[in-house]
Design a protein around this ligand. Sequence first.
Ligand code: RIB
Length: 307
Amino acid sequence: MWDFNASGNIICMGSIIMDISVKCRQFPETGETIYTSYPYEVTPGGKGANQAIAAARLGGKVRMLGRIADDAYGHELKENLSQAGIDTDMLVEDKNAGSGVAFVWVNESGDNQIICSPGVNLRNTAEDVKSGLEIMQKGDILLMTMEFPRDILMCAVKLAKEKGGFVIVDPSAAERCRLDAEMAGYIDIVKPNEVEAEVITGIKIESRESMEKALEFMEEKGISYPLISLGQKGIIYKADGKVCHEQGIAVNAVDSTAAGDTFIGALASCLAAGKPIAKAVEYGNKAAAKCVQRMGAQVSIPYARDI
Ligand code: RIB
């Protein structure tokens, strides 16, 4: 049974990155050079920061953990988080590495391809996590990506659970899914997409039956509420023994960048406000549908009034 007593606080952990994005008619083939008439844009992104921004814009009280470089992008990224009302006091300023950058290509169907050079984000330590989570209290939500080494992730989920927190994990990139049984036991909600779900479960997501099997697999590993995001087909999840499908919302998709981050940030803000999981999934789905209608990561994340 759903019995989460939320405190209202959300602590976010994940990459904080500057996105350099450009739209093109179609992606180049290997060895091909293509020209685009669209101008490139440099805007704040990073999966962790996107999720924090979504949670904050949609009503959450958010604190961000991570590292920021002492360079022009670093200052802009931190300022951007503060302006969204996010507590940045625990961000560690690091003079020994440059900011992370993501090269984002978006085609005319709104699909993307991203190459990420994480820079300073690779320098987070378990000590950073311990001090960042010191003030965590019962009923707080830890919302994190899997962009850190396993020892840091384990340290975070264990500590969060010891303090009576609720742990939401977005695997974030297929090559980074390392959801073993030990870690799964500390996680309340995990939200892979179809590719990530296959990496975690070994089950190819191609039919309703395979989705249910994958959800069951994650549940058996110890995840209380496994979700799989299905892109335009919405979200399938298991809660209290029941499989539920939240249908995708048909919109004119311009750029899918940060749609998953918006979904999970919106979901966390709803749970932090004391709403049940079904409502939170529905809200996250609506928020993600808004996000894909604009180009860019954080610039396309909606506010509560937009939903
Ligand atoms: O999830 C979208 C994000 O992934 C982008 O903002 C980019 O920074 C990449 O890391």
